[in-house]
Design a protein. Sequence first.
Length: 473
Amino acid sequence: MLKIYNTLTNQKEEFKPLVPGNISMYVCGPTVYNYIHIGNARSTVAFDTVRRYFEYRGFDVNYVSNFTDVDDKIINRANEEGLTPEQIADKYIEAFYEDTDALNVKRATKNPRVMENMEDIIQFVADLVDKDFAYVVDGDVYYRTRKFEKYGQLSDQNINDLRAGASERLEADSQSKKEDVVDFALWKSAKPGEISWTSPWGEGRPGWHIECSVMATKLLGDTLDIHAGGHDLTFPHHENEIAQSEAHTGHTFANYWMHNGFVTMGDDDEKMSKSLGNFVLAHELMKQVDPQVVRFFLASAHYRSPLRFNEENIQDATNNLNNLKTAYANLNYRFEDAKAQLDNDAEVLAQIKALENEFMEAMDDDVNTPNGLTVVYRLMRDMNVYTNQPKVSVPALNAFKEAFTALLIVFGVTLSDEKELLADDIQALIDERNQARADKNFARADEIRDQLKAEGIILDDTAQGTRWKREQA
């Protein structure tokens, strides 16, 4: 039984999609004014892994993740770089795709942008005004938060407690416009020289929270199966999304809410954040560390848990990934002398199937990736034991290969067959070395080994012949 931890109820629940076999999933995307850091990448990778597991389980996932391309930070960056907000957004959307492609993140079904949905946003806000859930003050439009009776349910907060602290976070001029300090902006009147759109309330632009409500319901319907994002978005962003969406549609906005934990830095596990200045940009890290290692590092932890970023954990990810690659290379090598079938094939196939079932049992528990990886490592161990047997069969090798490949794809790890990487000249040198050893010309054999090592090729002489792998940085 597939269960998901639902932030709305603070418990694991059996997952039942609205349409059997199909999942509608909305994940809050980046505000595109800068390159993403590892904390941003963690959220993207975490929910890509969740999506991949749903697909492994046979679901068709309609995955929508937005780009916020209208924001104060974008306007400020545009002024700094002498570009328009649109040009800044285009620049960093392209950078986002470059980084996430390197991390083997599947492209979303759709990546809507705020600027492309302005008419729908204005109509959405107008409907809230008509229903008296919103009011207009000097060209600004605010949501009547207290009118939504369930406000605070997602973040488990009482609206009266919010009132006490709200005044401390608001500027006096903004506070004076509101009927209640807990109300939030749906539409902001334009400041001089600022990008704006024409609305019934004058020139302006949307508030942050309204954007996701509009794009999510437009593309996925009034009720979503899953809404996801970083833990820091639970309040106020997701809380506000629920309030305005359900006031607009009259329906439950999302049945399941999923939130990922932070990436932390240092021994005190401080949250990685641009505002704190303790961040590592993804594209800078991937200049030093194999992107596949970075992906594996980010995907290895449970999505709800904090993830400490340090050199030791990156090295652990490197070692574990190298072990997986080596096991896969050894498996492929044994096809050279594999038998058509062996007497123990049925036993081996049953062993593999049992591990696949254990993997699903582990991952069905709120996509528990650490427990899922434990099963993957057991599969790797069994694979290594089998490939070291004197005799192996094609059916068993294929079964190991298919299972191993499918499970690793869930974590965004794709492995290449060694033969595809082995250039003709490298193979010729290996063949020459083998002949030199047969002729007892060990000086030449050692010379070839050193030559290949200089090219990053490591040889391993086994009872089944000479194997090779690329040296890891």
